[in-house]
Design a protein around this ligand. Structure first.
Ligand SMILES: Nc1ncnc2c1ncn2[C@@H]1O[C@H](COP(=O)(O)OP(=O)(O)OP(=O)(O)O)[C@@H](O)[C@H]1O
Ligand SMILES: [Mg+2]
Length: 284
């Protein structure tokens, strides 16, 4: 049994694994834009953004897959899919070499698909430690399915362990949601440092391509201060469209629906649709 620490920060893991014999991803494969939705700070809108941006892109006609890589399974339940009803989940893809396509479920939204997570995934953080090519398991699984989709969003858990490392090794882009709140930038520099390490050691094409400001409340001066600070810090990778804090967005998951279905004319739905145009490069 390999007794290396299971949840060491990505920085250490990437450095340790730099001698890995697994081949570098050369970035040349055709197919989906693979975006890891990551921020180790909890509750910043990762899942909400993966689900709603994914749904809005699907509405634009893109084929979208959301990979739920969080044992909490919020992306799965937020899309009305109860992972308990399925025999295989992302746990089996990561640990038991099950093909990603065998775990993909259609959602009630045309063009939108989900690879569900179950609570088992919580154990994956530890079970992956002794596994062969443990940091490349997701990338391998995704590379076989990449041509079937235009976008693959990987909803990461709020940590920087092996599950997130798998997501960063599989992705070409990182989308970082930042909440317009106190301590918004807390942990973000650690995340960007880890992305740099993954890029130099495991996945040379990885970059933080997109920052989405979430839960913006126009009534507070603080929200504007956070927006200004994030824009001055990160520049043009910060999306122009900011997601407002709305009750409708927060209640949509309990109906198993993205906001674009739950209340298509609401401010939140409009914001995510505009964000989808921006991310996909369609002028709005
Ligand atoms: N724009 C918004 N307006 C109102 N509530 C929101 C908004 N975005 C997210 N929320 C709510 O905030 C909470 C946290 O959001 P979410 O689950 O998307 O964050 P997360 O980063 O995925 O969290 P975790 O780190 O636990 O995975 C949820 O209850 C969600 O419904
Ligand atoms: Mg989440």
């Amino acid at each position: 049994m390999n007794d290396e620490p299971d949840a060491a920060p990505l920085a250490e893991q990437a450095e340790r694994q730099s001698g890995s014999s697994a081949p570098f991803y050369d970035g040349s494969s055709p197919g989906a834009r693979v975006m890891a939705v990551a921020n180790q700070k909890g509750g910043v809108g990762k899942t909400t953004t993966a689900v709603n941006l994914g749904a809005a892109l699907a509405d634009l006609g893109h084929r979208v897959l959301i990979v739920d890589l969080d044992p909490q399974g919020n992306a799965s339940t937020g899309l009305g899919i109860d992972p308990r009803n399925f025999d295989v989940s992302m746990y089996d893809v990561l640990l038991h070499d099950v093909a990603l396509e065998d775990c993909i479920e259609a959602t009630s939204i045309k063009n939108l698909f989900l690879a569900p997570s179950t609570l088992d995934l919580a154990g994956a953080e530890i079970e992956l430690v002794p596994a062969l090519s443990r940091e490349y398991r997701l990338r391998r699984a995704i590379s076989a399915a990449k041509e079937d989709f235009d976008y693959i969003f990987i909803d990461c858990p709020p940590s920087l362990g092996l599950i997130t490392l798998n997501a960063l090794s599989a992705a070409t882009e990182v989308l970082v949601p930042i909440q317009c709140e106190y301590y918004a930038l807390e942990g973000v520099s650690q995340l960007t440092r880890n992305v740099e390490l993954v890029r130099s050691n495991l996945n040379p094409t990885l970059r933080v391509s997109t920052i989405v400001l979430t839960m913006y409340d126009a009534r507070t001066k603080l929200a504007d201060a956070v927006v200004a600070e994030v824009r001055s810090h990160f520049g043009e990778i910060v999306c122009n469209n900011v997601i407002p804090r709305t009750v409708r967005i927060s209640e949509a998951p309990s109906f198993g629906e993205p906001i674009t279905v739950h209340d298509p004319t609401s401010r939140g739905a409009i914001a995510y649709r505009e964000l989808a145009k921006e991310v996909s490069g369609v002028a709005s």
